[in-house]
Design a protein around this ligand. Sequence first.
Ligand SMILES: [Zn+2]
Ligand SMILES: [Zn+2]
Length: 162
Amino acid sequence: MSDLQAKLGGSLNKIQDSLQQGKQKFQAVQEMGQYKKEIQDISEARSSLILKLGEETYQKIRTGELQDVKLRDYVLEIAKLDSQIYRAQKALEELNQKGATKTCSNCGGTIDSSDKFCGFCGEKQETPAELNGQIELVSCPTCEEQIPANSSFCPCCGSRLA
Ligand SMILES: [Zn+2]
Ligand SMILES: [Zn+2]
């Protein structure tokens, strides 16, 4: 074998080696990607199960079926957040009602739905009992929100009421 042939042979081997290495590297990267995807998929499935478990547990605590001192702290935190959502929703409802109009039953004039009297004929307008303060309110023992006294469950945090 001449020097040249030996050199050529050596280079060819090197190229084949690096091709082989490249192929192995590619396979490893592909496998890593598969594992990463697998971990991600399983983690997502796990998270959604944990969420369902949490919702069901929370439901059981709210109805009094499950009592656990350690879980109580979570419940109080969640009740606080529920209370914030409840208030924001109420504020949103009120803003919606402010912009809404209705027709006066007496003269047919278009008036604000929160108006107590018609601006055209002076007819007294029916307003929802809640707005008139006719509904007796009590404080929810869990979230401390002011809620209608006749509720079986708190409309804010969902706790069963005595
Ligand atoms: Zn009117
Ligand atoms: Zn409540």
